[in-house]
Design a protein around this ligand. Structure first.
Ligand code: MG
Ligand code: ZN
Length: 390
């Protein structure tokens, strides 16, 4: 019976998803105050970027795990990006795929707090909670457990570090909006390489503390720009390169791609292995704001990084790469387009998140463990088992 649920190809998932969407589509348009310009529902990519082709890894041993989270990146988003890039994505290299259910403990349609907590700690929790169970008790995350076992760790994001997804790996709070409290939790987080935005939460605080200086006192190289970050070749890194989020993909260049590869370069010096969480955080924003051109830009930046990561992993041979989302954003429907012209047209059905099951792509040794249909909490348990963190 179990075999029936196994999904082995990207094409099969697309067919299933289309069917699910046709059955579940609701034309409910939520108010969207942030996008005053109106929806941007069309996009054309004149010149596609080059994608890589990697071979499959033969060995079974996993030393390192790289978890790549595309916040709000469902199969419509991925399918549209594939068409816009003229029928090619680096994600096409992944042979093992699965589906993960995202609902929170107390709410069917989740947020990045509850969904991130499920993947980071293995427990479903309440909407807007960060690294705590339904009673508010703190839970150890994959980065905590990896650190305890002597592995190196990294978190590299395009949002603020105190934003929900990175926070679920480093902080414990019942409310994701208490970002100054969440920022203070980073002092005891023990992650070796931290890169993102959100500097204000560390330096412009009601309690007057300067957490960038406190991180420096704890042995981090505490830096405020990418130019400073890129020159660091050893030791622990705390890089908060913007006051808020990083600029959108079309304006920030490839700094997130570079920071991701620098993190891998530094933490892979540990012979015991590493765990890295790389987040394409702003894919979610442009779903909320119904902006397909900038949504495509964020997914392209994410996919270009995927290309670099799997090339690195292929060479390494003992690295498992998992690409997934925490939930889908916007209830996006892929309506039309042209592969040769790189044109896409979509339609949004909500200003919030949707409840659709999300895709998981796995590459490298033990990637077959991510095939099937499962709860988002199993992302944690599978990684913890594979890295022997329990
Ligand atoms: Mg996020
Ligand atoms: Zn969101």
């Amino acid at each position: 019976m179990k075999k029936l649920y196994h999904i082995n190809s990207y094409k099969t998932i697309k067919v299933i998803l289309l069917t699910v969407l046709l059955l579940s589509f609701h034309d409910i348009r939520a108010q969207n105050e942030e996008n005053k310009d109106g929806d941007k529902l069309y996009f054309t990519m004149e010149k596609p970027y080059q994608t890589v082709n990697v071979g499959q890894v033969k060995g079974k041993k996993v030393k390192n795990v790289i978890l790549m989270i595309g916040d709000g990146m469902g199969l419509n988003q991925i399918s549209m990006a594939w068409v816009a890039n003229h029928g090619k994505l680096n994600l096409d290299n992944f042979k093992q795929t699965g589906l993960s259910r995202t609902y929170a403990a107390n709410k069917l349609i989740t947020d990045s707090g509850a969904a991130g907590t499920a993947m980071a700690t293995g427990q479903k929790t309440n909407y807007h909670a960060i690294g705590v169970d339904i009673n508010g008790n703190p839970l150890p995350s994959l980065t905590d457990l990896a650190h305890e076992k002597g592995l190196s760790t990294a978190i590299v994001v395009t949002c603020g570090l105190t934003d929900a997804t990175p926070a679920t790996f480093c902080a414990n709070n019942t409310d994701r909006d208490l970002e100054e409290e969440i920022a203070a939790d980073f002092l005891d987080c023990n992650v070796d390489f931290l890169f993102g935005g959100g500097r204000n939460k560390f330096t412009q605080r009601k309690d007057g503390r300067n957490l960038m200086e406190e991180m420096q006192q704890r042995g981090y190289k505490s830096v405020k720009t990418w130019d400073e970050t890129r020159t660091i070749s050893s030791g622990k890194v705390f890089a908060v390169v913007e006051d808020g989020q990083l600029a959108k993909a079309s304006e920030r260049g490839d700094i997130w791609q570079q920071a991701s590869m620098q993190a891998i370069d530094l933490i892979s010096k540990n012979n015991k292995g590493f765990f890295a969480m790389l987040e394409g955080s702003r894919i979610d924003d442009y779903g909320h704001w119904h902006n397909i051109p900038d949504l495509m830009g964020e997914i392209f930046d994410f996919d270009k990084t995927i290309g670099k990561v799997i090339q690195w992993a292929e060479k390494d041979g003992q690295t498992l790469v998992i690409v997934l989302a925490d939930h889908e954003t916007g209830g996006l429907t892929f309506l039309d387009g042209d592969i040769q012209k790189g044109q896409v047209e979509g339609h949004y059905s909500t200003g919030g998140h949707s409840g659709i099951i999300i895709p998981v792509f796995a590459y490298g040794p033990q990637s077959e463990q991510f095939v099937g249909v499962y709860e988002n909490t199993e992302v944690f348990s599978k990684i913890a088992d594979i890295l022997k963190l329990n």
